[in-house]
Design a protein around this ligand. Structure first.
Ligand code: GLN
Length: 318
């Protein structure tokens, strides 16, 4: 068991990342790539990559860590930190709640049965409402991209045009969520502009290294892993990490919390960003999903990593 007195050695981490990857590969061939966005259905389901970045500045990579993929719902975390930075927690959480839904990420049901406001910023309705707030309060979508360039430390941030167009053409459920919220007064102004920005956001390209970098920034309460500069407010980071625990893995967040015990956020592109507080950041990519829309091999890989390094938030350090 780890303790503060005996931090994980480089060799231990390297072996754990390798073992986690091997575990993940056993699940390749199960699950399905997202096909409700036609362009995503073309992804190769046999891909798997894991990148771990540590506080001491080491980076461990195995597998498809340099393959670009679309962020999809992982971008909801980045949108939330941007909204918190620009508008503050009070205004953001006047628009979206902080409660898990127990429903699928694109469900409309709670908008009708649980009041008008989306229950949290990590379901589609919540991210669309957050995007609407950000835009209607005067930020342009390009401001969000500039913010991402600074945060991820690279430029330009690119989008996958094919996936963007495919989702825009077929995104009737998201369009329904948006107009439903507009009719209830939750969304203001130009709904199509909000949806366009939301679809663009989902199609932003990243790789597992970007996600590990961002995970480590959250693990360090907002400090940039490369420069040490404070990029995000530590309180905002704690809010975001808490929501990742309760809502980050859709309607399997509870099971994931028990099995893995790391704040995490997944996307239907196959990405997962995760972290261990004060220790490390993880980026995973594997596009075949389980029935809840989480990367199947990706979640198994994380589970093994957590076990191997005792990363569950209620274990270790004793
Ligand atoms: N673009 C996807 C959607 O809106 C994002 C969902 C996800 O990654 N869970 O349905």
């Amino acid at each position: 068991m780890q303790s503060k007195e005996s931090p994980m050695s480089e060799e231990q981490i390297r072996q754990a990342v390798e073992a986690a990857y091997q575990q993940g590969t056993q699940w390749l061939g199960q699950g399905n790539v997202a096909n409700y966005i036609p362009a995503l259905a073309k992804a190769d389901p046999k891909q798997l990559g894991i990148c771990v970045q540590t506080l001491s500045g080491h980076c461990y990579e195995v597998g498809d860590t340099r393959v670009p993929f679309t962020m999809q719902s992982v971008a909801k975390v980045l949108l939330l930190v941007f909204a918190l930075k620009e508008l503050g927690a009070e205004r953001v959480f006047a628009k979206v709640g902080v409660e898990p839904t127990g429903d699928s990420f694109n469900s409309i049901v709670k908008l009708e049965t649980k009041g008008h406001h989306p229950l949290n910023p990590f379901i589609n309705a919540g991210a669309i409402a957050t995007m609407n707030l950000v835009l209607e309060e005067g930020n342009a979508f390009s401001d969000f991209l500039v913010f991402l360039e600074e945060l991820l430390g690279r430029s330009p941030i690119e989008m996958e045009e094919r996936v963007y167009r495919s989702e825009k053409e077929t995104g009737d459920l998201n369009r329904s969520l948006a107009y439903f919220m507009k009719s209830d007064g939750v969304l203001q102004g130009d709904v199509e502009r909000t949806l366009d920005a939301y679809f663009r956001m989902c199609s932003i390209l990243c790789d597992a290294r970007d996600l590990a970098h961002f995970g480590l920034m959250l693990a360090q309460d907002g400090h940039d892993p490369r420069t040490g500069k404070l990029m995000l407010d530590p309180y905002d980071c704690s809010l975001v990490k808490t929501l990742m625990v309760t809502c980050g893995m859709y309607d399997s967040s509870g099971e994931f919390a028990i099995k893995v015990g790391m704040p995490a956020k997944s996307g239907v592109g196959g990405g997962i960003v995760a972290l261990a507080q004060g220790k490390l950041g993880v980026g995973i990519f594997s596009p075949a999903l389980d029935e809840k829309g989480n990367s199947l091999a990706g979640a198994k890989t994380l589970e093994r990593l957590s076990q191997a390094l005792d990363l569950h938030y209620f274990k270790g350090s004793h």
